[in-house]
Design a protein around this ligand. Structure first.
Ligand code: AMP
Ligand code: MG
Length: 507
């Protein structure tokens, strides 16, 4: 305890102070032989940490939670959650700790949170530990999402513990340090509501408003305004997932934040071939959290949030339900507005293109992508090249899509679709007639995402001690829109013999 730390980084504990019923003071387990594996230097710098200090013994003590600063009170946060639709009243940070809150470069308070720091009173049957592979995976995925402009928790560091974690086999252990505007979840509100203490629900709402949605404080009904802000945030973030082909994989209510940040990168993955039924998680046997279900699941989770929030909305429960339902009723419109605007940008369509024309184009292309199992990311990126190449491609010459200024990488998805689906040439002609903007498309459609085969390759190498593939992939996906020489293979779809891809959570 009490290690020296840079004076610039001061810890506060608003969560623990405002909500003591939901914060269990707890001490991290001491790792046998900790060693820093990855440090997010730009993020560390923006948080006011001195990099040399953070890399040294005191820094490792902070990043493993064993030497928290004197002004920090690490806590395990309590929450509840609907897991695959079934209420589990007592979840909480089973292997995680909120070290405290610090101020980032924008003056915003953010959580410093550890994952894999040992058993807590919420651990149930779990060992409280995390393995190197899954923690590096969360690091990579969350940093890619951030670079893609999606609200997300950030990864600050992964420290190898020097110990082993017992899974199907013994795996090297690790602790991830992550940053979020807040780790308060829908499940946090469910916990407060289930406790039967309406004052706790109101305090939690006040806490969330003060930290995350301060404008709601000035509304006639702040709790209702909080609900509206969360509905708006979730509609936006899930629309972004859908536009990018991101499958979260475990959208339980404890994995949905009030901040609107994507959280808990467990079995998540980016879709390869476009198919709304895509499921990667090995435990999602019914496809509840399939790619195409995500918008509706978010709405379902928001309804659970509203139920938990009712006591804060007002004393008259019928009136509160009616008001909440009205706000929830705006979700679908918000989602579809965000998604449609995003799809228009993906297709490079200017504001002059009428909504009806854009809508017809959008609804015609998705079934073609699905029926022909076209690589989702590669298609949209390659389409920008097809916009550059004039009208030649519509003649059926399938090579012309490869002759644009960014030839040879993602464009094949377009020419392959043209070869496989003659009806696509009609679509392409109509689309080109609308003068799509390839520069807008390249700003919108990433060329480098954490493709599943690349993620697996990087993690396998990391597990045997070689971090180079991880570092290279991280470098590609954290500047996802700028095509760079030497990164050609990062833009290519998975090899034919890859898959079916399966992901695992709780690992
Ligand atoms: P997740 O699937 O990561 O959202 O976790 C669901 C719940 O299980 C949370 O309460 C976690 O804290 C808990 N949990 C997951 N893995 C472990 C573990 N190895 N040890 C203790 N608790 C865990
Ligand atoms: Mg979780």
């Amino acid at each position: 305890m009490g290690a020296a730390h840079p004076r610039t980084v001061e810890f506060s504990q608003h969560f623990a102070t405002d909500l003591p019923e939901m914060a269990v003071p707890w001490q991290a387990a001491a790792p046998p032989d900790p060693a820093l594996l990855v440090l997010n230097e730009p993020l560390a710098h923006s948080l006011g940490f001195e990099l040399g200090w953070l890399r040294g013994p005191a820094g490792i003590g902070l990043l493993t939670g064993t030497q928290p600063p004197e002004d920090a009170t690490p806590v395990a946060q309590a929450y509840t959650g609907h897991q695959f639709g079934t209420l589990n009243p007592r979840l909480g940070d089973g292997r995680a700790l909120l070290l405290g809150e610090i101020t980032d470069a924008h003056g915003t308070l953010v959580d410093l949170h550890l994952k894999g720091s040992g058993r807590t009173p919420f651990a149930r049957g779990g060992d409280g530990l995390a393995a190197v592979g899954p923690m590096l995976r969360e690091y990579l995925m969350s940093e890619a999402m951030h670079a893609l402009g999606v609200p997300s928790t950030r990864a600050l560091a992964v420290v190898a513990t020097g110990g082993f974690v017992r899974r199907e086999r013994a795996l090297p252990g690790a602790v991830l340090t992550r940053i979020a505007h807040s780790h308060v979840r829908v499940g946090s509100f469910q916990y407060a509501r289930l406790s039967g203490n309406d004052d706790l629900v109101r305090r939690l709402a006040d806490h969330a408003i003060a930290r995350l949605h301060p404008a709601a404080a000035d509304a006639a009904n702040p709790a209702l305004a909080l609900f509206e802000a969360v509905v708006a945030g979730q509609a936006e973030v899930v629309a972004q997932w859908m536009l990018l082909g991101f499958v979260h994989g475990v959208m339980n209510t404890d994995n949905m934040t009030i901040s609107g940040e994507t959280i808990d990168y467990g079995p998540c993955a980016f879709m390869d071939a476009f198919d709304p039924a895509t499921v990667y998680s090995s435990i999602d046997t019914t496809g509840r959290y399939a790619y195409g279900n995500q918008p509706l699941i978010a709405e379902w989770n928001l309804a659970r949030f509203a139920e938990a929030l009712l006591p804060a909305i007002g004393p008259d429960q019928d009136a509160a339900i009616e008001a909440a339902q009205e706000v929830l009723g705006t979700y679908r419109g918000r989602y579809s507005t965000a998604w449609t605007a995003g799809m228009r940008a993906k297709l490079g369509l200017s504001a002059d293109v009428p909504a009806e024309t854009a809508g017809e184009l959008i609804s015609a292309i998705l079934p073609l992508l699905r029926d022909h199992r076209v690589d989702y990311t590669g298609f949209f990126r390659g389409l920008a090249d097809a916009a550059d190449t004039g009208t030649d491609t519509t003649t059926g010459d399938t090579d012309t899509a490869d002759t644009g200024p960014n030839a040879g990488t993602a464009a094949p998805a377009v020419s392959e679709l043209l070869a496989a689906a003659p009806d696509f040439s009609g679509w392409l002609g109509t689309w080109r007639g609308l003068a799509p903007d390839p520069a807008l498309m390249r700003r919108t459609n990433p060329i480098y995402i954490p493709r599943n085969h690349l993620v697996e390759e990087a993690l396998a190498a990391a597990e045997s001690g070689d971090l180079d593939p991880f570092t290279r992939l991280l470098g590609a996906v954290t500047d996802p829109h700028t095509e760079r020489p030497g990164l050609e293979r990062y833009a290519l779809p998975a090899p034919e013999d890859f898959g079916p891809y399966r992901t695992f959570c709780g690992t």
